[in-house]
Design a protein around this ligand. Structure first.
Ligand code: TYC
Length: 140
């Protein structure tokens, strides 16, 4: 079987792509070696290699709701359902944990989202005249 020029080019490109994919999938990130300096006859310029990625995952925050003696249980269950997207059974379990332990985690979010959840809960409680409190705490 003989290949024409186009078929040969396609096959070569396909093989190159496969080798590259395998390389990308298996290579462990390495620290780049020291910058290479070209000899003066090649211009003497410094070649900088791409740095290994060093971004960390963002700090996450847990929104903790606190117990008090006055906020009705039903109000807390509805708030947990509404602002923390829990079904009624889960919201009831969380509310009871707060009631018994003094506090419980309602959800884990990025810093801004956690702060928004706290604002929403406090505003809703204030509107209804309940002293319900909740706070955001960094985790780990
Ligand atoms: N302890 C409250 C009561 O007995 C109920 C309650 C539960 C209040 C959870 C706040 O975050 C809370 N009515």
């Amino acid at each position: 079987m003989s290949l024409n020029g186009h078929q040969f080019t396609c096959m070569t490109q396909c093989a190159t792509a496969l080798v590259r994919m395998k390389f990308m999938a298996t290579k462990i990130p390495q620290k780049p070696s020291a910058p290479k300096v070209q000899p003066p006859e090649e211009g003497g310029s410094v070649v900088l290699e791409r740095r290994t990625q060093k971004t960390k995952p963002p700090q996450m925050y847990q929104v903790v709701m606190l117990n008090d003696d006055y906020t009705p249980m039903e109000f807390v269950v509805v708030v947990i359902q509404e602002f923390f997207s829990k079904d009624r059974e889960t919201a009831t379990q969380i509310m009871l944990k707060i009631h018994l332990d003094g506090r419980a985690v309602c959800g884990v979010y990025s810093k801004d989202v956690a702060a928004t959840k706290v604002d929403q809960v406090l505003e809703s409680a204030k509107q209804s005249g309940h002293p319900l409190q909740c706070v955001s705490e960094p985790i780990e």
